[in-house]
Design a protein around this ligand. Sequence first.
Ligand SMILES: [Fe+2]
Length: 259
Amino acid sequence: MRVLFIGDVFATPGMRAAQAYLGAVRHEYDFVIVNGENAAGGFGITRRHFEQLRSAGADVVTLGNHAFDQSEVVPLLEETPRLLRAANFPPGTPGLGWAAYDVPSGGRIVVAQLMGRVFMDPLDDPYRVVDAILEEVPSGVPVIVDFHAEATSEKKVMGYHLAGRVSAVLGTHTHVTTADEQVFKGTAYITDVGMTGVQGSSIGMAFEEVHTRFVTKLPAKYRPAAGQASVSAVAIELDGARAVAVTRLRWEHGDKDPE
Ligand SMILES: [Fe+2]
């Protein structure tokens, strides 16, 4: 089974790039997961963005720390299992943190999202939460974990915690792709898939206002960067529930021949 995971889609340029990329490569994959937590101008996702990603071929869309920035996400999370917020939100939070899905080409797959707690808002323990999830997953079913976290050390340790127990641990949130993809004990791992958006930016936002805030300490409203975006993604090759390969992908929107 081939799984494509597209990293944090940021604002309109990222949406356009993700849609164009999926239009070109969707047929090469059995299952596609997209982190869409920055689709709405950097802050969460709307129904329109979710439906556009689904129409482009995303089987599941994951969120993160901006999950609830748009109020319309609450009814959306309650009506579809194809949009996931982190599983370690407190009990009673709307929506699902993980689910099992039918793969159109055959079999089942589980997608789970967890959030880190280092330099992030406090949440429930992601280790205990993922251990409880895995107790409910039948053996042999691939499990893809989106670990939305800030600190590289926390992500590496989650990779260690889940090595040999899930198919992939894919870091999101920092928007900067790391070059440490590997398969260890049948688990694909990367510290951060990177952002699908305008790379010449402050992780998706235009430089000017962010620069003003750092240099003068005066408030300045963030503004999504404009321009041509690129897609950051990873492809995972699975043999049953075991990963056999992970490939880091970068595609510039406008390229003729996406890999
Ligand atoms: Fe995030």
